[in-house]
Design a protein around this ligand. Structure first.
Ligand code: AMP
Length: 304
């Protein structure tokens, strides 16, 4: 029962990054994969590795990559099917560079339906075309020439851009402004995925924290930092708490680096530290990695 609930909850972490070449999908996909602790799967990376290893798939794909053309759908589907069958994908995944054609998107839908998995959340990084060539030239890979770059953009317009409308119709598309610095894009991406998953949100600043403290409901604040390994184990438990107790409890995360004053006020020394507040007062602090039941029990104590 317990395990089923965990997998049911976690399987919602299926994200697809959509956007033109040079939109920064790879960077954002890697950051989100760390955030949600699910694998980052880039079909471009898989194909480049196959080419470097000289496998049969690599030999078939090489000419397409060099020309900036798409590899045939059947070949890509075979790669994706086998990658998504691997054990590490059972809690979710982040797809980067796939699907790239309507046929691939439909094949992905069919595959998920057959496995009774939900539709992925599609994050579309929208960038002005003028910025793309410039960015692509700066981050030029060894397989890129200017004409390949041009061709990749044209292929995107012809084959991949129609997926925006496809996913819009399925109501699973979030548009993120990609014309701003990568760190800002990353913030929008994280916020949009938290809204979709019902996960615990980050407290933005001290004022927001104080406003939350004035409310009557029980407030749970998980003090974390991006560089803290053990924090990554507690973060998903907070997301689960946020979902399970969304009616009675406010569950939030607090980045201690961005909220040093709050951390100091409550003498947060070790992290992860989960603080329980009632009526504006700190009632309890659980420091370190604890089992989910420890957090449930603390909530029961303070709700009583
Ligand atoms: P990327 O690293 O995503 O820009 O992909 C590099 C190249 O790999 C593309 O220009 C295509 O030739 C090929 N490729 C990657 N993903 C796909 C896909 N989903 N469908 C077809 N070709 C792909």
């Amino acid at each position: 029962m317990e395990a089923e609930m965990v997998s049911g909850f976690m399987s919602a972490r299926q994200f697809v990054f959509l956007g033109p070449p040079g939109a920064g999908k790879g960077t954002q996909a890697i950051a989100l994969s760390e955030r949600w602790q699910v694998p980052h799967i880039s079909t471009g990376d898989i194909l480049r590795t196959a080419i470097d290893d000289g496998t049969a798939v690599g030999q078939e794909a090489q000419a397409y990559l060099e020309a900036g053309e798409l590899v045939p759908d059947t070949l890509v589907m075979t790669l994706v099917r086998s990658r998504l069958a691997q054990e590490d994908t059972k809690n979710g995944w982040i797809l980067d560079g796939f699907p790239r054609t309507l046929a691939q998107a439909e094949a992905l839908d069919d595959m998920l339906k057959a496995q009774q998995l939900p539709t992925p959340q599609v994050i579309y990084i929208k960038v002005m075309t003028g910025l793309l060539i410039d960015r692509l030239l700066k981050m030029k890979r060894t397989d890129d020439t200017v004409s390949t770059i041009r061709r990749r953009i044209a292929v995107y317009e012809e084959e991949t851009a129609p997926l925006v409308a496809y996913y819009q119709q399925r109501q699973c598309l979030t548009v993120v402004n990609g014309n701003v610095p990568a760190a800002e894009v990353a913030n929008s991406v994280v916020l949009s995925t938290e809204q979709e998953t019902g996960a615990a949100k980050y407290i933005q600043n001290e004022a927001e924290f104080d406003a939350l403290l004035t409310q009557d409901s029980l407030l749970v604040a998980d003090c974390t930092a991006t560089w803290c390994g053990p924090c990554k184990l507690v973060a998903p438990l907070m997301d689960r708490l946020a979902e399970e107790y969304c009616e009675q409890v406010n569950v939030f995360k607090l980045d201690v680096d961005a909220n040093k004053a709050v951390a100091k006020r409550y003498a947060v020394k070790g992290i992860p530290a989960v603080m329980f507040f009632k009526g504006g007062e700190l009632k309890e602090k659980l420091v370190g990695v604890k089992p989910y039941t420890a957090f449930q029990e603390a909530i029961s104590r303070h709700l009583a």
